[in-house]
Design a protein around this ligand. Structure first.
Ligand SMILES: Cc1cc2nc3c(=O)[nH]c(=O)nc-3n(C[C@H](O)[C@H](O)[C@H](O)COP(=O)(O)OP(=O)(O)OC[C@H]3O[C@@H](n4cnc5c(N)ncnc54)[C@H](O)[C@@H]3O)c2cc1C
Length: 293
C-alpha cells in the first residue's frame, strides 16, 4: 500500500464487518432499504447524522479470504489493494444513520439509479442470507463525529441541499436537529414519492423545518438543486454570511454540480467554515457537460 494510504488509515477506527441481508424493503419507487445483521454490528458506533460507511460488494464467488471480519481499515485496504484488480470487490460509499448495536442490525437505503451500477444492482436483487462487507466505526475507538461531515456547531439557522443519494443522510441530519434550529431543506428528486420516507410524514412535518421538493424534470442530476441554491443565495446569502457561526450549510449531490453550489455560496459571502459541500456521485453520462440541457 502506498505510504500516504498507510498514513491516512493507520488511525482509522473503522473495522470491517461481515453482515448478511435479513430483509429488503421497497421504501418508495426509487428506494430500497436493505436490513443487515452480523455479530460485528454489535461493536459498531451508532453515530447517526450523515455517517459514511464503505461497502464492499461480493463477486460471483463471494469474497477473497484476505478480506476478513474484524480487520482494521488499514488492514482491509492493504488486503484489498493487494488483490488483482479484477478480483477486488467493488467499493462504494453509503450512509448508515440507523445502526442498532444492541440488536446487531443496520439499514442501508439504496437509490436505484438509472443506469444502474454494481451497488444499485446488488441492492435491487438482495435476498435474505446474501453477504455484504461493511466498513464502519467501532464504538470502542471512534470519536463522536468520525465519518460524520454534518458539523453545524452552534448554528441555529441551516441550509440543507440534497439529491436522492443524500436523502438517507438528510433523514439522519433532520433527526439530530435541536428544537431551536430553523432549517431550509432543498431536495431534488425525479419522483416526489422518493422524498416521503426521509422527511417524516411529509414536507414541513417538523416545526422549524421548511422542506422544498424540487423536481428534476429530466435534467441532469444536481442542476435543479444548484438553481435553487442560487436563488436562495441571492435572497438570503448576505444575511447568512453576517450570521457567522450562527449559520451553516450542508449540500450533497453530483460532484461537478456540488462544486458549483460551493462556489455560489462562497460567492454570496459565506465563509468556508460555514459551508460543507460533498460530491456523492459522478455523472458519467456526459450530460454534466451540458448543465442546462
Ligand atoms: C458519503 C456518501 C454517502 C452516500 N450515501 C448514499 C446512500 O445512503 N444511498 C445511496 O443511494 N447513495 C449514496 N451515495 C451515492 C452512491 O455512493 C453513488 O450513487 C454510487 O455511484 C452508486 O454506486 P453504483 O455502483 O450503484 O453506481 P456506479 O457504478 O458508481 O455508477 C454507474 C453509473 O450510474 C451513474 N450514477 C451513479 N449514481 C447515480 C445517481 N444517483 N443518479 C444517476 N446516475 C447515477 C454513474 O454516472 C454511472 O454512469 C453516497 C455517496 C457518498 C460519497
Amino acid at each position: 500500500m502506498p505510504p500516504d494510504v498507510v498514513a491516512r488509515f493507520a488511525d482509522s477506527p473503522n473495522r470491517l464487518v461481515a453482515t448478511t441481508v435479513v430483509r429488503r424493503e421497497r421504501l418508495s419507487p426509487g428506494f430500497v432499504r436493505v436490513g443487515l445483521t452480523g455479530p460485528g454490528v454489535g461493536l459498531l458506533a451508532d453515530l447517526g447524522r450523515d455517517l459514511r460507511v464503505k461497502i464492499l460488494l461480493p463477486g460471483p464467488d463471494g469474497y477473497p479470504a484476505s478480506l476478513s471480519d474484524g480487520s482494521s481499515e488499514a488492514a482491509w485496504r492493504a488486503a484489498w489493494r493487494g488483490l488483482p484488480a479484477q478480483k477486488r470487490p467493488v467499493m462504494r460509499s453509503y450512509t448508515a444513520p440507523r445502526i442498532v448495536p444492541e440488536q446487531r442490525t443496520l439499514d442501508l437505503d439504496f437509490f436505484l439509479h438509472d443506469p444502474a451500477g454494481p451497488a444499485s444492482r446488488w441492492a435491487a436483487r438482495a435476498r435474505a442470507g446474501d453477504p455484504l462487507l461493511v466498513s464502519a466505526p467501532a464504538a470502542a475507538r471512534a470519536p463522536a463525529s468520525y465519518g460524520v461531515q454534518w458539523a453545524p456547531g452552534l448554528a441555529t439557522r441551516v441550509l440543507v441541499g440534497a439529491d436522492e443519494t443524500a436523502f438517507p443522510a438528510v433523514a439522519g441530519i433532520l433527526a439530530s436537529l435541536g428544537r431551536d434550529v430553523r432549517a431550509t431543506v432543498l431536495l431534488e428528486c425525479g419522483d416526489p414519492a422518493d422524498v416521503v420516507p426521509f422527511v417524516g410524514a411529509g414536507p414541513g412535518a417538523s416545526p422549524g423545518v421548511e422542506v422544498r421538493v424540487l423536481q428534476r424534470g429530466g435534467r441532469p442530476g444536481g442542476v435543479v438543486l444548484l438553481a435553487a441554491v442560487r436563488e436562495w443565495a441571492e435572497r438570503y446569502g448576505a444575511g447568512a454570511a453576517a450570521a457567522g457561526a450562527g449559520f451553516y450549510a450542508w449540500c450533497a449531490t453530483e460532484s461537478a454540480r456540488v462544486a458549483e453550489v460551493r462556489r455560489c455560496l462562497l460567492g454570496a459571502g459565506l465563509a468556508g467554515t460555514q459551508v460543507h459541500t460533498q460530491g456523492y456521485w459522478i455523472d458519467r453520462s456526459g450530460a454534466a457537460r451540458h448543465p442546462e440541457g
